[in-house]
Design a protein around this ligand. Structure first.
Ligand code: NOJ
Length: 510
């Protein structure tokens, strides 16, 4: 009897401990100096795909040549027309009260030949206009150099699988620093390496759909790490002394959680983390090379498969040295979590060779994580907390900025699910800060609806809805925009706050 009571008390203590972990106080303050922003990317919002000298990117090529590869057969030809409507975009930043706005430069707009022999003045004017308009209202520009719209011409030459891209990217970055670096203090080199290399080169999910599995993805990975490092060193040596900004790469990391507490599944989750994002993090924030398990596994399988060298191209000691430490901040895009397992059914489940076969992990979502209709984002805030904890522990508590987080809904202004999701994820972020993670900024993806890659306009991520039927691409705040505005105004998260969605005004002072 006594034993049963004790067990019961222990069980209650365990449950309440879990509850307090998830629902700490109702109103929580963000640390002093914490910054809030929102983000977009060039191909997803600009439109004007061939205006004023701009040439085609790999996404123009994909959407024009195979329109219905996109869920609604749409494209980014006009998108949000931000090329013409940037003033309204800055007005939205002011309405929200953003500290910074993250956007990207289109390489084929700035350099129509792909190379620095022809700098497009119209593009320089356009990006100057946005930057200057933002600075007028004290909103800091955070600029991504590469958010997936590679010039098609460079893809014809192999794109990220061609080692020459290290110099091409370096040259492009230098032009951007020369043109805009006097006003831009935050530079992001490359957005989401794993998506670029795996989905675009090792698979046919994203442009340029090379789909040479277990080979092109790893060629891309090496070239991308070196290209990023090249841009970092150029900034560090040629521009930082006078411009004084910071420069970093932007990771995307899904959290992988073991499906059971078996040794196999725990190992599978750890390896899924290493294979998907560790490959890009470890060389920069860790020992300077790929994660040992990834190197070892791919080398062993390559040998067994009859290759004369590892499909994961080695980094020489000089390259390791060149890459290590080349990111001033740990910039993280995070959306969701997956469960992982490995059992006897896994070998033989995937094409050989392929990244999936190399990893030997099955990944899936739990139905109960679904809120709303998003096909892409399952709401798992504790996964965010665990990811932030792992980054703190594995990489010596780097300074982190969250460069994307959010969720998609279908069209409509009352985006209850997005409101819930933002609250939950910000709450998890505050838990990590409380535990000692050095997180300095948060970026909501996205400021406004935009072209969501293979999903076209069917998955909406915006704090503001965009009316794609109207020639003006009218932008209207959703309920979540009012929530975000209040969080930014009060610098607190109130889990019970219900936004008052009357009218969006620009606060005096911003
Ligand atoms: C990550 C990408 O950087 C962005 O372009 C995309 O729209 C969001 N995730 C949502 O999928």
């Amino acid at each position: 009897m006594l034993r049963n009571v004790t067990l019961l008390l222990l069980a209650i203590a365990h449950i309440s401990c879990q509850v307090t972990k998830n629902v700490r106080q109702d109103v929580r303050k963000f640390p002093d100096g914490f910054l809030f922003g929102s983000a977009t990317a060039s191909y997803q919002i600009e439109g004007a795909w061939d205006e004023d000298g701009k040439t085609a990117s790999i996404w123009d090529e994909l959407t024009h040549n195979d329109p219905c590869a996109i869920r609604d057969c749409s494209n980014g030809d006009i998108a949000d027309d931000s090329y013409h409507l940037y003033k309204r975009d800055v007005e939205i930043m002011r309405e929200l009260g953003l500290d910074f706005y993250r956007f990207s430069i289109s390489w084929p707009r700035l350099l129509p030949s792909s190379f620095p022999d022809n700098i497009n003045q119209a593009a320089v004017d356009y990006y100057n206009n946005i930057i200057n308009e933002m600075l007028k209202y004290n909103i800091q520009p955070m600029v991504t150099l590469y958010h997936w719209d590679l010039p098609q011409k460079l893809q014809d030459l192999g794109g990220w699988a061609n080692p020459n891209i290290v110099d091409w990217f370096g040259d492009y970055a230098r032009v951007a620093f020369q043109m805009f670096g006097d006003r831009v203090q935050y530079w992001m080199t490359i957005n989401e390496p794993y998506q670029i290399c795996y989905e675009g080169y090792g698979d046919d999910y994203k442009a340029p759909r090379v789909n040479i599995k277990g080979i092109a993805d790893y060629m891309c990975a090496k070239n991308l790490l070196l290209a990023h490092s090249k841009a970092y060193h150029i900034y560090d040596q040629e521009f930082r002394p006078s411009q004084g900004g910071s420069i970093f790469i932007v990771y995307s990391a899904t959290w992988h959680e073991p499906a059971t507490d078996s040794e196999n599944d725990i190992q599978a989750a750890e390896e899924a983390n290493q294979f998907t994002w560790g490959v890009y993090v470890h060389p920069i924030f860790g020992s300077g090379d790929y994660p040992p398990i990834v190197k070892e596994r791919i080398a062993r399988k390559s040998a067994q498969q009859g290759f004369s060298r590892s499909r994961l191209l080695e980094l020489s000691p000089e390259e390791v040295e060149y890459i290590r430490g080349t990111s001033d901040l740990f910039a993280l895009n995070h959306y969701t979590t997956r469960l992982t397992y490995r059992n006897e059914s896994v070998p033989g489940s995937f094409e050989i060779p392929s990244f999936e076969d190399d990893m030997e992990v099955i990944r899936y979502f739990l139905d109960e994580w679904q809120i709303g209709e998003s096909t892409m984002v399952k709401s798992v805030p504790w996964g965010f907390y665990k990811l932030l904890t792992k980054i703190r522990e594995d990489y010596n508590n780097p300074t982190i900025i969250i460069t994307e987080n959010g969720m998609s809904t279908s069209a409509g202004l009352v985006d209850e699910d997005r409101v819930i999701n933002y609250k939950r994820y910000l709450n998890a972020l505050l838990d990590a800060i409380e535990d000692g993670s050095d997180i300095r900024a948060y970026t909501a993806w996205s400021m406004l609806d935009n072209f969501e890659w293979r999903f076209g306009y069917t998955e909406r991520f915006g704090l503001y809805e965009v009316d794609y039927e109207s020639p003006e691409r009218t932008r209207t705040p959703r309920k979540s925009a009012f929530l975000y505005k209040e969080i930014l105004r009060t610098r607190t998260l109130d889990m019970n706050y219900e936004p008052d969605t009357d009218v969006m005004v620009i606060d005096v002072g911003h």
